[in-house]
Design a protein around this ligand. Structure first.
Ligand code: GSH
Length: 220
C-alpha cells in the first residue's frame, strides 16, 4: 500500500557524493521520481564527519547513507531502497515474481555484503599500505562470482528486462572497481550491463560527478 505523500515533508538523505551506498539510494529516488533533500557528510574532512557524535546519533555504524523519511531514520541502503519501493509509487525495484525477486536480492547481497564492505573506507584505512591490492583482490573475487551469476539471470538488465535493486547495486560497485583500477574488461556481462545502465537518466542524475557536495575538480 502506498502512503499519501501530500502532508509529508521531503526525505533528507545524509550521504557523500562518492559513497557507493549513498549513490544506490539516489538512484532509487531518481527511478521513482521522488524529490528529496541532501545533507552531505564529508567522509574525509577532519578525520571523517561520519565519526562525530552528532552523526553517530543518526547512524550508530558511522556510515552513510542515513535517510530521514516519514518520521523515522533508516540506515543500510538495501533496507532504505526496499522501504522506498514498498511505500512509493513508480517502477517496482523488486519484481513481483518470487524467483526473480530472490535473484535480485541474491545479486544485491553479493555486492552489498560480499564486495563493498571489504573495500569500504574504514576497512581500507585499517589495511594501510596494501590497500589497493586488498581492494582489487576482493572486488575481483566478487566479480568472478557475479559474472557467472549474471550470465544466468541477465536480459537487458541484471535480472531479465526490468531495472531492479540489483542494477542499483551494480553500477556504483563498477564505479568503485574502476577507482581501484580493476580491469572490468575481464567481465563482459558486468561491462555490458554497466554500459547500458549508465546511459539511463536516473543513473546519470545521481552520479557522483554532479552532486551538491562534489568538489569542483571532480565535477563533470
Ligand atoms: N551496509 C551499509 C549500507 O549499505 O548502507 C554500508 C554503508 C557503508 O559502508 N558506507 C560507506 C561509509 O560510510 C560509504 S559507501 N564509509 C565510511 C567509513 O568507512 O568510515
Amino acid at each position: 500500500m502506498h502512503l499519501s505523500l501530500g502532508c509529508l515533508s521531503k526525505p533528507i538523505l545524509h550521504g557523500y557524493f562518492r559513497s557507493s551506498c549513498s549513490w544506490r539510494v539516489r538512484i532509487a529516488f531518481a527511478l521513482k521520481g521522488i524529490e528529496y533533500d541532501q545533507a552531505p557528510v564529508n567522509l574525509i574532512k577532519d578525520g571523517g564527519l561520519q565519526r562525530t557524535q552528532q552523526y553517530k546519533a543518526l547512524n550508530p555504524m558511522q556510515q552513510v547513507p542515513a535517510l530521514e523519511i516519514d518520521g523515522i531514520t533508516l540506515c543500510q541502503s538495501l533496507a532504505v531502497i526496499q522501504y522506498i519501493d514498498e511505500t512509493r509509487p513508480g517502477p517496482l525495484l523488486l519484481p513481483a515474481d518470487p524467483k526473480k525477486r530472490a535473484q535480485v536480492r541474491m545479486i544485491s547481497d553479493l555486492i552489498a555484503s560480499g564486495i563493498q564492505p571489504l573495500q569500504s573506507l574504514y576497512v581500507i584505512q585499517k589495511i594501510g599500505a596494501e590497500k589497493v591490492q586488498w581492494a582489487q583482490h576482493f572486488i575481483d573475487r566478487g566479480f568472478q562470482a557475479l559474472e557467472a551469476i549474471l550470465k544466468q539471470t541477465a536480459g537487458k538488465y541484471c535480472v531479465g528486462d526490468e531495472i531492479s535493486m540489483a542494477d542499483i547495486c551494480l553500477v556504483p560497485q563498477v564505479y568503485n572497481a574502476e577507482r581501484f583500477k580493476v580491469d572490468v574488461e575481464q567481465y563482459p556481462t558486468i561491462k555490458r550491463l554497466n554500459q547500458t545502465l549508465t546511459e539511463i537518466e536516473a543513473f546519470k542524475l545521481s552520479h557522483p560527478s554532479c552532486q551538491p557536495d562534489t568538489p569542483p575538480d571532480l565535477r563533470a
